[in-house]
Design a protein around this ligand. Sequence first.
Ligand code: SAM
Length: 212
Amino acid sequence: MAEENHNGWYNKIFSAAYDPVMGLVEKNALAARRAHLLSPLKGKILELGCGTGVNFGFYREGAHVLALEPSDAMRTQAEDRLARGDIKARIRVVPWLLGDARFDAAVSDASLDAVVCTLVLCTVSDPAATLARLKRLLKPSGRLIALEHVRAKTEFGAIAQNLLNPMWRHLADGCQLNRDTHATITKAGFAAEEKSDFEFGLPFISGVYTHA
Ligand SMILES: C[S@@+](CC[C@H](N)C(=O)[O-])C[C@H]1O[C@@H](n2cnc3c(N)ncnc32)[C@H](O)[C@@H]1O
């Protein structure tokens, strides 16, 4: 996967602004969906790009979560959230990326009960390769959870996203507005067990996927 820098000066600003900027969308569109998707998960869970740890409170007691977060500034906030308590699951936050030697030593193929991707497949440098790797890490019975903003379905919306994308990428720390993430997930060999589309300023998907 391409070389990634998650610790420039802008990452610090993005991280400090993240929770306040996302407050309205969390309250009105995402929090209930996070609860619905995450609270049933059991066993060994990998969360990709946990950011400030916004998902942590939704995991149930007994769940073991390994949360990857390469941005130091985001990870500090996630660790602070853990330190504040009131989290039922056992959660470890690490700076690794998929494919790091440390990650490969800690997580073997077909070992995970669930992988959680929330607002991160818009940002990873190679979503197809990321999803192929995540699929190998999941047990045959494992679930991929996705809560992501995606490419608009209308032609006008998709053109507007393409035009805005270069500026958006810079402002939103590498996030891409116009990815057809459901299509990328299914091309990687997953089937939707549950999927809904919704809009809140942007088009989103919320889904639970199994091995196809
Ligand atoms: C938009 S934030 C989303 C945070 C959180 N998942 C949420 O639902 O609010 C994207 C996060 O993914 C992280 N990230 C970016 N590229 C990544 C990668 N290749 N692997 C893991 N995390 C990554 C970023 O540092 C950032 O914290």
